[in-house]
Ligand binder design. Structure first.
Ligand SMILES: [Zn+2]
Length: 816
């Protein structure tokens, strides 16, 4: 084969593997035969996600009634659990205590084992029905609620399952897993729960994968393999979530020691918690995939006679959709050691044969380090630039996985070109030019930290060191050694993630064995075909992982992801080198320039549109004490519709004027004081004794605000607090009491965030020193476009996680 023929085959092979890997991240085509009614699923989603329905909103109550009526119509005993939940995150420092007034929907499907058995053998199938305030929540989490409703219909229609099944649709998940806490910590039925299946979403398309399990998951994984078609799961994510709080309802049940499986889809991060997470944008295949996960797993585990047969954890991963490989931890470790031994043996025989020398491996490592430094620095600068650029990150996120393709093409070209150059030997110019380019890019990106200039500075001695050595760098050996070290580290720290390193390494090493021992060290077509074949497993396994990691992290960690990409490409270096050496060393450069051009287009030439609108915040604030009303926006750009609306009369202010502690620059524009209904506090009792007094009062929000902040003056020495009979920690009473009290005093206030306050209100009791007045600040956020708001253009939407499109009413009340 001629050089260009090999190059063409390599390019086609690489393209095929990328497309195949990408296909693995998409939901499979809709199935038939499982009994799922797609029309019903769509109907449920379109009703639930018609508009935002956060906890405490009128829309939330409508959705609640719809779901309850549906379960009733299936003949299931259905219960509404109304309770108060006081929540502080177990690990994060609490800036505020969250108080939720939740209404969980619980539907019971009795099993054959009947009630009364002492063992925890009930199955919970869980999703949440609330959305965040500024999203219809079609994916998150109407997709799961609809799927559970549909599974309940099919299961209620069939023979009674072995286990009791509880369909649990929680409330207030978005505001701190509130409903799940209400159920698993307060409801008597939680005592008999033995397994939880939870269904979530943080996007609008892609595979619905099983991403988190409890410990001792062998029986769960075996059950999944037995029951679920087109299963997507990996113990890599199990290792990630074992050490990382991920905040879904399953965190609560898992914390209570209940085994569980957690499913979610993550592609389409732009739509996550945004107004665009609507029924039209939810991928129908993804919805069907999630529904199928619900039905298959619920039916399987509800009918599995004995739970927890096999002990221990499994290593598991997809070769492709529907084909899950699984084996024990012991086998994972044995395989890892075997591959490492093979690697060491190959390395030492190559050393003895002289095909590899310590010098070439050493300079090879320096070469790998140089490529890492350059790529890390470039992508780090890109992110720094995007963070400062107007809506840069959001804009890039709106493009889904396309930016990753541009990144990849650029990195491929850069690696092929620079790797080839490093191996052929460097001229004097090669020392200064890359460092200068990197320094210039760092400067242009607007990097303010001096440490950002370390990579360009490091380049000079590294490249000089390579030039001064006699032996040419052997990048492949160096990359394989690095990969081997990484394999050993992962094997030790996260054995169930080791498969991702073991199998690609094994494939490459076997390729080398075949070349050397069966074919002899040939340079011909047989060698090329062996290289091509041994690159199959690395590309097959790594491509979907990289794509899904990018989609899930957004632009959180592209630098780390690109380093991983680089290492993966260097693992199959002889193939990649082909691009570097072709066209007298110019092909790599051309690929790099093509990638750069794609990146430029993606970064600079993209506009928001109706499908991907720009997130912008505008709300109306009412100062009850001053009797003033004003429009507020932190997002006014010159010439924008917001700019036109705010006009010349707008003035600069700080958001802490409304909410102490919220430091943010805003623009405000005075407006007419509308008719409003501010929250009221009614004092019921004021018992005094022992130098202390207890104030009992009732809070009500006649405007039905979804979100109410209650701030208490930090210097009022409050010693205890209760809401509806539930104790609420006060600063100075918790584990990190001192620092909490300090920060509360520094901010002058400590805060409750209340979600879903019922119309009848709540009872609060505060104990504090007698004769000390208690200033209370009330900040109500009542979502819904306020009267007089300008119409948004179609390429603009409410900004997620903000007070956008609400009326914020704030006042200070002094309890004496
Ligand atoms: Zn959710």
């Amino acid at each position: 084969m001629a050089h260009w023929q090999k190059l063409l085959i390599s390019a086609l092979f690489l393209m095929f593997m990328l497309v195949f890997g990408y296909r693995q991240t998409l939901a499979p085509e809709i199935y038939t035969g499982s009994g799922l009614d797609l029309a019903e699923l769509n109907r449920h989603v379109s009703v639930i996600a018609e508009k935002p329905h956060p906890i405490g909103s009128a829309a939330n109550r409508e959705v609640r009634d719809y779901i309850v009526a549906y379960f009733d119509s299936l003949g299931l005993r259905t219960e509404l659990q109304k309770t108060t939940v006081v929540y502080r995150h177990p690990t994060r420092p609490p800036r505020a205590t969250i108080i939720g007034f939740v209404e969980n929907i619980i539907a019971y499907l009795p099993g054959r084992q009947g009630p009364g058995s002492d063992t925890a053998d009930d199955l919970v199938v869980m999703g949440h029905y609330d959305s965040r305030p500024l999203t219809p929540g079609a994916g998150d989490d109407a997709s799961a609620t609809a799927s559970i409703m549909e599974a309940a219909r099919i299961m209620a229609d069939g023979p009674a399952p072995v286990h009791d099944v509880i369909f649990l649709i929680t409330d207030g998940e978005e505001m701190g897993l509130l409903g799940a806490q209400g159920f698993f910590r307060q409801h008597p039925a939680a005592q008999s729960v033995g397994l939880v299946l939870n269904f979530e979403a943080r996007g609008s398309y892609g595979v619905a994968s099983m991403f988190e399990t409890s410990a001792n998951n062998a029986w769960l994984i075996e059950g999944l393999i037995d029951s679920t078609p087109d299963l997507v799961a990996s113990s890599l994510s199990y290792e990630i979530y074992r050490n990382m709080p991920n905040d879904t309802d399953m965190s609560i049940s898992k914390g209570e020691g209940i085994p569980g499986l957690n499913f979610a889809f993550v592609a389409g991060l732009f739509d996550y918690h945004a107004m665009t997470d609507n029924p039209e944008n939810l991928d129908v295949n993804t919805l069907a995939h999630q529904a199928n996960n619900v039905l298959a797993t619920a039916q399987h585990f509800a009918n599995l006679e004995t739970w927890e047969g096999a002990k221990g954890d499994l290593t598991y991963f997809n070769l492709w959709q529907g084909t899950l490989v699984s084996y024990s931890e012991g086998l994972a470790v044995a395989l890892g050691l075997l591959v490492l031994v093979l690697g060491v043996w190959l390395f030492t025989t190559a050393l003895r044969a002289g095909t590899v020398t310590p010098g070439s491996s050493g300079t090879g490592l320096l070469g790998v380090l140089i490529i890492f430094l350059v790529l890390y620095s470039l992508f780090d600068n890109l992110i720094v630039y995007l963070r400062q650029a107007d809506a840069g990150i959001t804009r890039l996120t709106s493009l889904g996985e396309w930016p990753l393709l541009a990144f990849f093409i650029f990195a491929l070209g850069l690696i092929a070109w620079s790797g080839h150059r490093l191996e052929r030997g460097l001229g004097k110019l090669h020392i200064i030019v890359p460092a200068a380019v990197l320094a210039l890019v760092t400067f242009l990106a607007g990097h303010t930290s001096l440490s950002a200039f370390i990579p360009p500075l490091l380049l000079i001695p590294l490249i000089w060191l390579i030039r001064s050595r006699a032996s040419r760098p052997d990048l492949w050996t160096a990359a394989i050694c690095t990969w081997g070290l990484l394999t050993a580290a992962v094997l030790y720290f996260a054995p169930h993630a080791s498969y991702l390193f073991i199998w690609p390494l094994a494939s490459v090493l076997f390729g080398i064995v075949i070349q050397r021992n069966l074919l002899g060290i040939s340079k011909g077509n047989a060698r090329y075909l062996t290289l091509l074949t041994s690159a199959f497993i690395p590309l097959l396994m790594l491509t979907p992982v990289v794509i899904l990691a990018y989609l899930a992290l957004g632009l959180g960690l592209p630098q780390a992801l690109m380093i991983f990409c680089t290492l993966s490409l260097l693992l199959i270096w002889p193939l990649v080198r082909g691009f570097g050496s072709a066209a007298r060393g110019k092909a790599g450069l051309l690929i790099m320039i093509a990638g750069l051009a794609m990146m430029t287009v993606i970064v600079f030439a993209r506009n928001f549109d109706a499908r991907h609108p720009r997130p912008e915040e505008l709300f109306y604030a009412v100062d009850v004490d001053q009797q003033q009303g004003f429009w507020v926006s932190p997002d006014v750009r010159p010439g924008s519709w917001l700019d036109k609306f705010m006009g010349a009369g707008a003035s600069a202010a700080n958001k802490s004027r409304i909410m102490p502690g919220y430091e943010q620059d805003i623009l405000i524009l005075d407006g007419d004081l509308p008719a409003f209904d501010a929250a009221g506090l009614t004092v019921n009792s004021g018992l005094t004794g022992d130098g202390m007094r207890e104030i009992g009062f009732h809070i009500q929000s006649p405007g039905d605000a979804e979100y109410i902040n209650l701030l208490f003056a930090a210097d009022a020495s409050v010693s205890s607090a209760m809401v509806n009979g539930f104790s609420v920690p006060v600063p100075g009473s918790g584990d990190n009491s001192d620092s909490e009290r300090d920060s509360a005093v520094a901010e002058k206030w400590w805060r409750w965030r209340m979600y879903g306050l019922p119309r009848e209100g709540a009872d609060i009791t505060i104990t504090l020193a007698a004769d000390v007045p208690l200033p209370v600040r009330i900040v109500e956020v009542d979502y819904g476009t306020p009267a007089g708001a300008p119409a948004r253009p179609e390429d603009s939407m409410s900004k997620p996680y903000s007070w956008s499109d609400s009326m914020v009413i704030f006042q200070t009340v002094i309890l004496k």
